[in-house]
Design a protein around this ligand. Structure first.
Ligand code: PMP
Length: 352
């Protein structure tokens, strides 16, 4: 390694993102995108921005978007923070709120960006093992800590904690910031946003990449006590402002204004999830109960890595993690009915 690399950079272990292959005609079920596409109103709103106003900087505070989100969730606009995807929102959270004297807690099997941010921002962490059923046990989070973060539903397991259990963690840690990463919450879990006015230590992050089908637009948000949001704005404004661009702001506003599209498409994903789960269970898979737009499943006799490889040979890409305890599992995004049929057909040929 070159002597010019600082010791910090040479020690970083960057996140390895899910593959975004360029080939056409792939059944792409590896990065939990929404198969149905965004609301037509989003496309219209973005097109309406395509004029000479692009020469102007966007609103650095994303005021209109924050107030639409606030109305949607019944909070005040000062309780809403937005960023370029929830990954950026989480980056600000790690940097600004989770660097404390004690290690932060998160599950040992979870979103693999958390350890990356810890490395980047010098945040100490302590991993909390999931239970034998791959669940988060709230009791394990009632110990001294410098902060807590977990996804609900968890990724890549898809398992969700009921709101009362989330509340146990939040209420049991009044001196720590508790971050609930709700990237997948709209597919059947209960949101902790309803708790933010009672718990000043709670911050909930969400994304428009999944249920609102806008992964390509990069919009994420956090909702919490106004002091926590003010802290995030300070971090954001310490980097040359980092606003959402004009198209992202306009598109995101339109996405929140089309509740009918949001509800219809997420219901379709949930219906398809139930169908795929039943069919795979009948083929000998154990499918963990999922509240997300993906399922996490292992076969009784086939290795996860082999199955992933053989699906790929048939043009179907799913996610496999080469990690202890979960290396027999596949994480499969719920696609359109046609994509799911192709998946089920291929699996039938492979496991029989
Ligand atoms: N949290 C979790 C648990 C995720 O799986 C993802 C998506 N990979 C994100 C956050 C980030 O999503 P985005 O940056 O697209 O909002």
């Amino acid at each position: 390694m070159s002597k010019f690399w600082s010791s910090l950079v040479s020690q970083l272990k960057p996140y390895v993102p899910g593959e975004q292959p360029k080939m056409e005609r792939l059944v792409k079920l590896n990065t939990n995108e929404n198969p149905y596409g965004p609301s037509p109103r989003v496309l219209e709103a973005i097109r309406a921005q395509l004029d000479e106003r692009l020469r102007l900087y966007p609103d650095p505070e994303s005021e209109q978007l924050c107030s639409v989100i606030a109305t949607c969730y019944g909070v005040s606009p000062e309780q809403v923070f937005v960023g370029n995807g929830s990954d950026e929102v989480l980056a600000h959270i790690f940097q600004g709120l989770l660097k404390q004297d004690r290690p932060i807690l998160f599950p040992d099997i979870t979103y693999s960006f958390y350890p990356v941010y810890c490395g980047l921002y010098g945040v100490e962490s302590q991993l909390v093992p999931l239970t034998g059923d791959f669940e988060i046990d709230p009791q394990d989070y009632l110990v001294p800590n410098g902060g807590i973060i977990f996804p609900n539903p968890n990724a890549p397991t898809g398992r969700a904690l009921p709101l009362v259990e989330v509340e146990r963690i939040v209420a049991g840690n009044p001196d720590s910031v508790v971050v609930v990463d709700e990237a997948y919450v709209d597919f059947g879990a209960e949101s902790a946003v309803t708790l933010v006015d009672r718990y000043p230590n709670l911050l909930v992050s969400q994304t428009l990449s999944k249920a609102r089908s806008l992964a390509g637009l990069r919009v994420g948000l956090a909702i919490g006590h106004r002091d926590l949001v003010e802290a995030l704005n300070r971090v954001k404004n310490s980097f040359n402002s980092y606003p959402l661009d004009r198209l992202a702001q306009a598109g995101a506003v339109a996405a929140f204004e089309d509740e009918a599209w949001f509800n219809e498409t997420r219901q379709r994903v949930m219906d398809e999830r139930a169908r795929v789960t039943l069919a795979m269970t009948a083929m000998g898979f154990e499918v963990l109960p999922s509240s997300a737009n993906f399922i996490f499943a292992r076969h009784a006799s086939q290795k996860g890595a082999d199955l992933a490889l053989r699906l790929r040979e048939r043009g179907i890409i799913v996610r496999h993690f080469d990690k202890p305890r979960i290396d027999d599992f596949l994480r499969i995004t719920i696609g359109t009915a046609e994509q799911n049929d192709e998946l089920l057909q291929a699996l039938k040929g492979l496991v029989n």
